[in-house]
Design a protein around this ligand. Structure first.
Ligand SMILES: [Zn+2]
Ligand SMILES: [Zn+2]
Length: 419
């Protein structure tokens, strides 16, 4: 009994955080805008489980990526199966398409998804082990017009959220035909410069030299500047695709820069790669990144079906969205005494049924205390019900924005709020 005070409190796991109500409002605003924009372009939401068989991600992300080798949340469940909390979304979606044979249905294969991902990353500023992404994916569209359309959709979303000064980087990373000769040259060049690379990149010269471009170390970036670039090796088909993609961007009036070192971290990308960056964010400046992955479904045992999509890091996006500290749009109901409380409860029910957000707190307060409480909560309106109001049948309404105060009948409250 005496040890009651010694009970240890449990805190959130390192690398995770609570999104508290004030912050969650911002998330809702961004999510609502995103859903609205995606649906306008014919996308539909898909939801898949948070955990999957470990094998799915090993196959999907490629055995040599950092995500798989170092950062997966993998565990054995009570049935002895190896499970993994999804580190990215695309493999799950691909699994679902194949498993549910969605490609046989008439609906377009355009999906969007919002949710948490998990990576056992070193916790650092702005990086979490549970982080959140919005993804969109299109399957079965080979035409470069769709590549341009999703870039345009991304811009529309950012405009909607008032995110300005966005730069668009594009690249082509080739296909099965044109990438191997390029990789050979790249590997030779990287091996020649191996002494100037960090230990991680030294390993990559063997496993996947393309990833040297991803290294954030300045010395490695300097060396990789001298490496050959894929756009100089594109086959006829890839070059054509890249040229048309850019001509459609021109059609939309989207300015872009070709960034030959933009290679995307994952094995299954083909042809188009792009990023939307915000210079405001410093070194890790990508808000949104995407590209084409035409081989992926086939590699998973599905039919030949091209794919393209992008992912948005929610934490990063929210950090660049300007939010106005706008007044809350709700009515605070103040009452004095039991009789007024009952009238207030009925009035609140009526207002809510008309779609007015209404807050009534069941705590005896004086008038002044009610007003200061309403002010603190940033209520838009206050309705006061006291003895006088009960007798006269007219309530006092205070407009917290203008400071105006009115005697008003029950029916006129709605009219006032809606004007
Ligand atoms: Zn090619
Ligand atoms: Zn490096």
């Amino acid at each position: 009994m005496k040890n009651k005070t010694q009970k240890k409190t449990v805190s959130a796991i390192k690398g995770t955080k609570d999104i508290l109500p004030q912050e969650a409002r911002k998330w809702q605003l961004v999510e609502r805008a995103a859903k609205r924009v995606f649906e306008l372009y014919g996308y539909r939401e898909i939801r898949t489980p948070v955990f999957e068989a470990t094998e799915l991600f090993e196959r999907g992300t490629g055995m040599t990526t950092d995500v798989v080798t170092k950062e997966m949340y993998t565990f054995t469940d009570k049935g002895g199966r190896s499970l993994t909390l999804r580190p990215e979304y695309t493999p799950s979606i691909v699994r679902s398409i194949i498993e549910n044979r969605l490609y046989l249905q008439p609906e377009p294969l355009r999906f969007y998804y919002l949710g948490p991902m998990f990576r056992y990353d070193k916790p650092q500023k702005g990086r979490f082990r549970q982080f959140h992404q919005m993804d969109i994916e299109v399957f079965g569209e080979k035409d470069p017009a769709i590549d341009a359309e999703i870039v345009e959709m991304a811009h529309t979303l950012l405009e909607e959220l008032n995110v300005t000064r966005i730069e668009t980087l594009v690249n082509s990373i080739g296909c099965k035909k044109c990438r191997p000769p390029y990789l050979k040259d790249l590997r030779d060049k990287a091996k020649g410069a191996i002494a100037s690379l960090c230990p991680d990149c030294q390993r990559k010269t063997e496993t996947n030299p393309l990833r040297i471009f991803d290294c954030k170390k300045e010395s490695c970036q300097e060396v990789s500047e001298t490496f050959p670039v894929l756009v100089d090796y594109l086959c006829h088909e890839c070059e054509d695709h890249f040229r048309q993609f850019r001509s459609y961007l021109d059609l939309y009036g989207i300015k872009y820069k070709i960034e030959p070192r933009l290679v995307r971290g994952l094995d299954y990308y083909t042809k188009t790669a792009f990023e939307l960056i915000s210079p405001k964010l410093g070194a890790q400046n990508a808000i949104l990144g995407g590209g084409r992955y035409d081989y992926m479904i086939k590699e998973f045992g599905g039919p030949e079906l091209s794919g393209i999509g992008f992912a948005v890091g929610m934490e990063r996006l929210i950090s660049v969205v300007p939010f106005n500290a706008e007044k809350e749009k709700f009515l605070y109901l103040a009452y004095l005494g039991e009789e007024a409380k009952k009238v207030g409860m009925e009035l609140a029910r009526l207002l809510r049924s008309e779609g007015v957000e209404c807050l009534i707190e069941y705590k005896e307060r004086g008038l002044k205390s009610h007003l200061s409480r309403a002010n603190k909560l940033r209520a838009r309106w206050v309705v006061m019900i006291g003895e006088d109001e009960l007798k006269s049948g007219e309530f006092k309404l205070k407009d917290m924005e203008t400071g105006g105060q009115y005697s008003i009948t029950r029916d006129d409250i709605l009219k006032y709020i809606r004007k």
